[in-house]
Write a protein that binds this ligand. Sequence first.
Ligand code: NAP
Length: 488
Amino acid sequence: MNVAIIGSGFSGTGLAIQLKRSGEESFVVLERENTLGGTWRDNHYPGAACDVQSHLYSYSFKPKPDWSRVYARQPEILQYLRDCATSEGIVEHMRFDSEVLEAAWIEESNEWLISTTNGDYAARVLVSASGHLSDPKYPDIAGIEDFAGAKFHSARWDHDTALDGKRVGVIGTGASAIQIVPEVAKVAGNLTVFQRSAPYVVPRLDREYTAGERNMFARLPHTAQKLRRDLFWASEARFPQRRGIESFISRVERLALDHLANQIADPVLRAKLTPDYAVGCKRVLISNQYFPTFLRENVELETRGIDHITENAVVMADGTRHELDVLIVSTGFEASDLPIARRIRGRDGLLLADHWADGEQAYACSTVNGFPNLFIMNGPNSGLGAGSIIFVIESQIDYILGALDYLGRNGYTRIEVRQEAETEFAAMLDRKAQGTVWLDGGCKSWYVDQRNGRLSVIWPDFMSRFRDSNGVFRPEAYEVRALAGSAV
Ligand code: NAP
């Protein structure tokens, strides 16, 4: 086997499509669930939708002229991904119910041995495409395990739990929670939202595309391409704000605070919903429904800080008790300490998680010294604070295809990034991260690794620079070899 890919989300499926189009047939996509789709398969909570416009949040190489609306909802995105995999003949390469238990580099044969819950594989190249948003993060709150009512994470929504008339609590006010809260409020008897920090929220300029527009995108593909380009550059134009440039910051801050003021007249409630850090330090959210939800009689915003949880209540720091039937934790994902790293053993049996014990880094956001023939998609510094992750994914696909082409053309069987190249790259990113709103904005976010204070999840530059820097394979940074006896 030439390539084994872990994960069938946008990264794994996209790479599989482009591999196959390049003529490669010897590859598998290992998927722990019984169907493809990654985070868009797992996040089926009420109200789930994308906060990047559909025409940008889709593969450039698989355009979809008939997106139903500006910001597609989860079912349409998942169907798109399934259609892409089916039409390109990728599903045959997918191995479902095959959770990777361990992948170990074998020096003698220059290959990865991968054991899964459904069989073992040997592959020349291993690609981790499991991403930042695959493993739910549960809050470390005393007593949470004692809660006896229904309890689930937003990324593992339990549709069998009826919420009608129930006393429901939602912990978290991130991108997922602000989509969930308005939907739950419509059916719950009472809803308590436990907020640790208030998010910045700006208007969501969403609407359905008209039949005329969809027709135009289908018949005149250049119009859809132009829209995509316009959306891309509008996204890029937001980056100077993340760099901490004052005039850009104040413009977005004004937009968000005006949105709040327009929707919430009560100064006390408005103060509770006003963030106390610089805009952009955490993800800027988009919603027209979130703030007005707190005007409903059955909804309460709780900001006093959770002390502990009992079998039937969430208890605040001042002793206030909120008795609940259902507790929904919308507390994000294991993004800065990737769980897959505990299952990948490189040269000398070193576990990637141990190698990264002080924090994650990778050359070109893809490769790690000590881990030959391993490529990581959506790993260190390849998240975005603004923009479309699909652009990052496509850049990484190009990088990997470039590396595979280089290996194939030269008959090499082993490639490993030099430590100096990796170290220099990380230092360059650290320099770029200085002065950004992610580090200096006065918030605590999952973009920053708490172990070392580095901005290790986010790419600290324009998206276009991600492609320039990490979308073209450059062999100079690597040591390459061929196995004795193999053709060079
Ligand atoms: P998140 O952004 O990490 O938000 C987690 C929330 O839980 C935060 O409000 C956090 O508070 C709170 N929290 C965490 N631990 C807590 C604790 N112990 N006690 C109280 N509150 C706690 O997670 P997410 O909302 O699932 O979003 C994750 C990412 O998924 C997003 O940034 C985005 O990239 C992606 N996403 C995208 C979309 C989309 O439309 N494309 C939708 C949903 C998610 P603090 O803020 O105080 O830490």
